[in-house]
Design a protein around this ligand. Structure first.
Ligand SMILES: Nc1ncnc2c1ncn2[C@@H]1O[C@H](COP(=O)(O)OP(=O)(O)OP(=O)(O)O)[C@@H](O)[C@H]1O
Length: 566
């Protein structure tokens, strides 16, 4: 039998029914040994077994194995194998590393206005079960086969992969996603892809991941590729049940209830992932506009030259590409609510047009002289200090005063400790349902770690963490090992993870795990060097081989200090 080792997730081998790898052999103890994949090595620790663990002819209590090594537990022999045909691990990295790579990609993409994509690939077996053990690696190799060497992937549980595609635009990522879903991987009925594109689907690591995950759950054999939400989203009913609110959120909810019945413009101010969209939806649904549309537009994700036509629509032929007449957000939401997310990112021309709508309730489609009148309520959201921006002149102050009838401050999750447990319960239930799992709860020790963490990504980050914990948990309770290292260590380095039973560290803002970054950089530098060496240091050829733009290659070479050897 074969069992897939997930990076940083210990696997207990033994005779006990609850062991991760259960081998019914009398020479084994109930919990005989623990296997842990760390980079390309596997650490094996004997758990005080009766008949012992043996390596290279001697009894050992701890041993480090490399690919191909054999270890004997009692009378049972186990071999460590790599997934790739060439003995590699198919470029699988740990969750921490893909997250840090994602953060790096975000910094780069924001600075240079470059797109990139994140995929969540799900392997679906005919009965909905995980792939047969014998075939566990085959579908992963199939996915890798469609990727370029710059792309990074990480396991998400045992039947899904997260894939980061740097420097990839919409067309290319759709092509790759379609190719993945068309491949027939051994033992797997179908590969499904959820796709999130920066900046359209989100502007933070957690938002992109949430978008890819939700899209992957929507994907089906009939429609195997689904995309995360676009910049524009029309919502009818609220997607989930009542929102969860603790002590700190009570005054917020009271204000929401007070403003919901009126038409006064509202600004929701809070960090990313604190629930601004959830509250905008609540305002809409608690007032007389319930039943009409709420149209959300992410002002930061629309290409600059399309902002006005997105908001106000356009006439046919009013600019290159305007092939049809099209209604804008304000017309679509007539009678309902427009939710202007990331309103601080609106370019000046659109700010002027928006001011006019607020003042006179009328606007023109791009390319038309006809004035259109609408009845909409405006709810805006931002993580920026709009008042300070208005004072500094980077946001129109007259627009700020029009929008800010009521400003609602949403506290960050780290100040809402009493919500962690109910939120965990809610997200656990949702993750079980979405993934066909039956995880029953969370250990007290794990809950304490969640309560001590600082949650820079707020409720959205908590939701992602619980969803991942559910898919990697093999038993009935979520334990600390199912949490990402940054949460386990209260934001300290992942390598310094505390052992079982140690007290959680107080939670400062998440620190950059320098070691993880260093490893990713080394990995990337090696990849670039290999491609360059293979092409006689011809950048154009090497860039082609790596599937990246020459400009990006030159930039990364500079950043990573990759130079042609003398
Ligand atoms: N009080 C809550 N109860 C239940 N779920 C919540 C709550 N607040 C937020 N969520 C969930 O957390 C995630 C993020 O929420 P939301 O999109 O509203 O945040 P946001 O502040 O608008 O984020 P951003 O600024 O990044 O757009 C969503 O999945 C949402 O359903």
């Amino acid at each position: 039998m074969t069992r897939l080792l997930l990076p940083d997730t210990p696997l207990i081998v033994g005779r006990a029914p609850a062991a991760g790898l259960r081998i019914d052999d009398q020479t084994l103890s109930r919990e005989h040994a623990r296997f842990l994949l760390s980079g390309s090595r596997v650490l094996v620790e004997d758990l005080g077994s009766k008949n012992g663990t043996f390596f290279a002819g001697g009894r050992v209590s701890r041993v480090e194995l490399t690919m191909g090594d054999e270890v004997v537990l009692g009378a049972v022999s186990l071999q460590v194998q790599a997934l790739g045909a060439k003995g590699d691990s198919l470029g699988l990295v740990r969750e921490e590393l893909i997250r840090h790579r994602l953060e790096e990609e975000l910094t780069r993409a924001r600075q240079f206005h470059r797109p990139f994509a994140l995929l969540l690939v799900r392997a679906l077996t005919p009965g909905g079960a995980t792939p047969p053990e014998r075939e566990e690696g085959a579908w992963i190799a199939a996915v890798r086969g469609h990727l370029r060497s710059v792309d990074v992937m990480s396991l998400y549980g045992s039947s899904a992969l997260e894939v980061l595609l740097p420097e990839t635009g919409a067309e290319e990522v759709h092509r790759i996603a379609r190719a993945i879903t068309a491949s027939r991987a051994g033992g797997v009925g179908q590969l499904l892809v959820g796709l999130a594109l920066y900046p359209a689907s989100g502007g933070t690591a957690d938002a992109l991941f949430e978008a890819a995950r939700e899209a992957a759950h929507r994907a089906s054999p009939e429609q195997p590729v689904e995309s995360g939400p676009a910049a524009l989203l029309v919502r009818g009913e609220s997607p989930e049940g009542a929102i969860i609110a603790g002590q700190m959120m009570r005054p917020v909810l009271e204000t929401v209830a007070n403003v919901a019945t009126s038409r006064i413009p509202v600004i929701l101010h809070g960090e990313t992932g604190t629930g601004k969209e959830v509250l905008a939806q609540l305002i809409h649904e608690s007032g007389p506009r319930k039943g009409r549309r709420i149209v959300r537009v992410n002002c930061g994700a629309i290409p600059r030259d399309l902002v006005e036509s997105t908001l106000f629509g356009h006439e046919r032929g009013s600019f290159t590409g305007a092939l049809q007449q099209q209604k804008g957000v304000f017309e679509e939401a007539d009678g309902g609510t427009v939710f202007l997310d990331e309103v601080g990112e609106l370019p000046p021309a659109a700010q002027a047009s928006l001011l006019r709508v607020l003042e006179v309730g009328a606007f023109n489609r791009v390319g038309s002289n006809r004035e259109l009148e609408v009845d909409v309520r405006i709810v805006a959201a931002t993580h920026r200090d709009l008042e300070a921006m208005a004072e500094a002149g980077t946001f129109r102050s007259d627009l700020y005063y029009r929008l800010s009838g009521v400003v609602i401050e949403i506290p960050p999750l780290r100040e809402r400790g009493d919500e962690i447990e109910p939120l965990v319960r809610r997200f656990l239930h949702a993750a079980n349902k979405a993934n066909g799992r039956r995880v029953e709860g969370i250990s007290p020790e794990t809950l304490a770690l969640l309560e001590a963490y600082s949650w820079p990504g707020n409720v959205r980050e908590l939701r992602n963490v619980i969803e991942r914990a559910v898919v990697v948990t093999q038993g009935v309770l979520i334990g600390p090992e199912a949490l990402p290292a940054r949460v386990r260590t209260g934001g300290h380095r992942p390598e310094a993870a505390p052992g079982k039973g140690s007290a959680p560290a107080p939670a400062p803002a998440a620190l950059e795990p320098e070691q993880a970054r260093e490893k990713v950089n080394q990995f990337e530098a090696r990849m670039l060097e290999e491609a360059l060496a293979a092409t006689g240091w011809n950048r154009t050829e090497a860039a082609k081989k790596l599937g990246m733009a020459v400009r990006t290659l030159s930039y990364r070479m500079k950043v990573l200090g990759v130079k042609k050897p003398e």
